[in-house]
Write a protein that binds this ligand. Structure first.
Ligand code: NAD
Ligand code: MG
Length: 408
């Protein structure tokens, strides 16, 4: 029985992880949950999974959670109510919960950084969905992983695909992740991208893009922030940096290819020029399950891939003029040090302002670019955790200031 701590349990990754725990009750039990705001769903999850601990991001809502749990009828209430925690310390305690074997990081954004580090320092294995943490703090997270021996299993579908492809090679052990050192024999990674909400839009029409447009993804059902990142292709840019840290390849050997059907989830090219790909329907449950079951494969009754039903798999190069965020991410990755942290925080803040309709979709890359330009003079090549957190806070503030000028 593997014990799971699920960070961000009320989100898209979190709810799918809990569905898997219910699908395989003989293999997985849930010992800790953390959530942001959706208390109704959280209470339902507590009822169904009876975790030992629950942490809320916002301490001010702890009483409300307590009251909701007390209001449950006797037959709804779990035999033992969980220990209730809150705030940053509470999230970290849930991430490092003693009985947990594997921590699923489904918090969105750099808010996941401290809980992820807490899990690593406690020696937990991680199912990494929260890519922003690795992107912002790769230089801090990787040495911690090496020290603690925690294993970083990629839940992001592309990185799971790469990880799965490497299992069939002599390099499986190195790719068992990840200290940022090059995976021997791995020559090139091709990350596939659906192209997001604006895939079939003429770039000239993007001036008309609304929040509703940017948050309707053609292939995947995900949280709002990552859906906007998919529309701008920033998500793929972030995944390039994620792949760099996970598999140790330099940026010249990590490429993006638009693949509208999202059937091939990414490809690796090996030393002898062989290219391996992993295929499946676009469904996050498989990459999450692989994190839970690795190195085993579990039998599932899920819909099986039928390529004759798909008909065609097509590929094209992404247009850098249509997707400036992609190039911003490559540039930040190449600059290294604190630049990815500045870029990631600028993107998080710009996307949040876009979702609040304070700035336009096309302002997102402009705001990020301005922040990265300003950060060049202050870039730290080997930052500490404190440095990363300071750059993250600075970049958010810089975007808010710049956005106020745009709005004025
Ligand atoms: P989501 O918005 O659906 O869920 C986010 C979760 O984090 C929620 O439980 C929310 O309550 C919690 N949360 C939000 N802000 C928080 C804060 N400040 N402190 C603590 N908790 C907070 O997001 P998602 O789509 O599930 O994405 C989660 C992570 O997984 C992201 O990093 C995303 O890039 C990554 N990811 C998601 C998918 C997907 O299919 N959804 C695929 C690949 C990677
Ligand atoms: Mg992905």
């Amino acid at each position: 029985m593997k014990a799971l701590s699920v960070l961000g349990s009320t989100g898209s990754i979190g709810t799918q992880t809990l569905e898997l725990a219910e699908e395989f009750p003989e293999r997985y039990r849930v010992v800790a949950l953390t959530a942001g705001n959706n208390l109704a769903l959280l209470v339902d999850q507590i009822r169904r999974h009876a975790p030992e601990a629950v942490a809320l991001a916002d301490p001010a809502r702890l009483n409300e959670l307590r009251e909701r749990l007390q209001a449950l009828s006797a037959d709804e209430r779990p035999a033992r109510l969980p220990e209730l925690l809150a705030g940053s310390d509470g999230l970290c305690a849930a991430a490092a919960w003693p009985s947990a074997d594997l921590v699923v990081t489904g918090i969105v954004g750099c808010a996941g950084l401290l809980p992820t580090l807490a899990a690593i320092r406690a020696g937990k294995d991680l199912a990494l969905a929260n890519k922003e943490t690795l992107i912002a703090a790769g230089p801090v997270v990787l040495p911690e992983l090496e020290k603690s021996g925690s294993r970083l299993l990629p839940a992001d579908s592309e990185h799971s695909a790469i990880f799965q492809c490497l299992q069939g090679t002599p390099y499986a052990e190195t790719a068992r992740l990840s200290t940022g050192t090059p995976t021997p024999g791995l020559r090139r990674i091709q990350l596939t991208a659906s192209g997001g909400a604006f895939r079939d839009w003429d770039p000239a029409d993007l001036v008309k893009a609304t929040v509703a447009d940017a948050t309707s993804h053609p292939n995947w059902s995900m949280g709002r922030k990552i859906t906007v990142d998919s529309a701008s292709l920033m998500n793929k840019g972030l995944e390039v940096i994620e792949a760099h840290y996970l598999f140790g390849l330099d940026y010249d050997h990590i490429e993006i290819v638009i693949h509208p059907q999202s059937i091939i989830h990414s490809m690796v090219e090996l030393a002898d020029s062989s290219v391996l790909a992993q295929l499946g329907w676009p469904d996050m449950k498989l990459p999450i399950l692989y994190c839970l079951s690795w190195p085993e494969r579990l039998h599932t009754p899920w819909r099986r891939l039928d390529l004759t039903e798909v008909g065609q798999l097509t590929f094209r190069k992404p247009d850098p003029a249509k997707y400036p965020c992609m190039e911003l991410a490559y540039a930040a990755g190449r600059a290294g040090g604190t630049m990815p942290a500045a870029m990631n925080a600028a993107n998080e803040q710009a996307v949040a302002l876009f979702l609040e309709e304070q700035v336009h979709f096309l302002d997102i890359p402009k705001l990020i670019d301005a922040v990265c330009e300003r950060h060049k003079a202050d870039l730290m090549a080997a930052p500490s955790l404190t440095d990363v957190l300071a750059v993250d806070a600075w970049a958010r503030e810089a975007v808010r200031e710049a956005a106020a000028l745009v709005a004025a």
